[in-house]
Design a protein around this ligand. Structure first.
Ligand SMILES: [Zn+2]
Ligand SMILES: [Zn+2]
Length: 349
């Protein structure tokens, strides 16, 4: 009973080691998932560099929270799941009984647990799914025909969906997406699916700007050209929706300027912890009757809706996958993910 598996284990800041660890044991209320695909996200990079508050010094843990796998073992008490099923696992588990959890916003629960954040995650051959995740509906069957690397992106896509639900992107809207990283391009794809009349991408890095047309952007602008492009497309009215998916003070500040009267704004990306303040002309918000929203992470319900959209084939997230690495090359994969020209880097045990 001392079986082992391969895993990429965080041992401290910038110390990720691929090593053999014990195969997780499951209780009668838990399941074991054989990881098919797990993708690296910005949160994982923050964890690696020692900047995540749930990874305090001394933490030794397996990260990885964007996961698709096949059920390998099912505890005797678990109902409704069976060995061999292809599943996506939503990472966040709320406490289940606080005000946020009860209202469906378990991403805002103060006492949350999350796979790859507070407990061992998916940069491993196998992943233990705790009973809370099973009972709260985090384990969602996926069409096995879908590219597992793309399906692992259901979680970030769910965060994107939450952001656009907050600003109600609808048919005919002129939508500006600031930032053309993986999150930004998912926003472009989704805005198009929701019927935007024009999707304008704003991005600083030329390589990233150039590829936005493959992701549903009608126009791309460098930050300094954005105001002019928006004015031209909207005949001076401004953008109906501005989504800031870049950790940029300037982009948040100019969002209120380029928004139309009655425009809706989503601050999707957070700012650095030590410099979270921006300078905004509050009268612009007042006189234009702007709606300024923020969203963070995603609830299990957002994941359910995102999985349904991905399962439907209406959106193809595969073009976002820039590189696929075997788990044993996790350290190189993290270095590649660090390169701001790549979109999503995934690990395949
Ligand atoms: Zn993520
Ligand atoms: Zn809660």
């Amino acid at each position: 009973m001392n079986e082992t598996m391969l895993a990429a284990v965080y041992h401290g800041p910038d110390d990720l080691r691929v090593e053999a660890v014990p195969l997780p044991a499951i209780s009668a209320e838990e399941i074991l998932v054989k990881v098919v695909n797990s993708s690296i996200c910005g949160t994982d990079l923050r964890i690696l560099h020692g900047g995540h508050r749930k990874y305090p010094s001394g933490t030794v843990r397996i990260p990885g929270h964007e996961v698709v796998g096949d059920i390998a073992a099912v505890g005797a008490q678990v109902r409704g799941l069976s060995v061999g099923q292809r599943v996506f696992v939503a990472p966040n588990m709320g406490c289940g009984n606080c005000r946020q959890c009860v209202s469906g916003n378990n991403n805002l629960c103060a006492n949350y647990d999350a796979i790859g954040i507070t407990i061992d995650g998916a940069f491993a051959e196998y992943l233990r799914i705790p009973s809370a995740a099973i009972l709260q509906g985090n384990v969602m069957p996926l069409d096995p025909g879908i590219d597992p690397a793309a399906a692992a992106l259901v979680e970030p896509f769910a965060c994107v969906l939450r952001g656009q639900n907050a600003v109600g992107v609808q048919v005919g809207d002129i939508v500006v997406v600031v930032g053309a990283g993986p999150i930004g391009v998912m926003h472009m794809q989704l805005a198009r699916l929701r019927g935007a009349s024009c999707v304008i991408a704003s991005e600083m890095i030329p390589e990233r700007r150039a590829q936005t047309q493959h992701f549903g952007a009608d126009l791309a602008a460098a930050p300094e050209e954005l105001h002019e492009v928006v004015n031209k497309v909207s005949r001076g009215e401004g953008a109906d929706v501005v989504i800031v998916a870049a950790p940029a003070h300037k982009a948040q500040e100019s969002a209120v300027q380029i928004a139309a009267i009655g425009g809706r704004i989503n601050f999707f990306g957070g700012l650095p912890k030590d410099r979270p303040t921006i300078n905004v002309d509050s009268n612009v918000i007042h006189y234009k009757e702007l709606i300024v929203t923020g969203t963070t992470a995603c609830s299990t319900n957002d994941c359910r809706q995102a999985a349904a959209i991905v399962n439907s084939g209406r959106i193809d997230l595969s073009p976002l996958v820039s590189a696929r690495y075997p788990l044993r090359d996790a350290v190189q994969a993290f270095a590649m993910a660090e390169d701001r020209k790549s979109l999503k880097v995934v690990l395949q045990p």
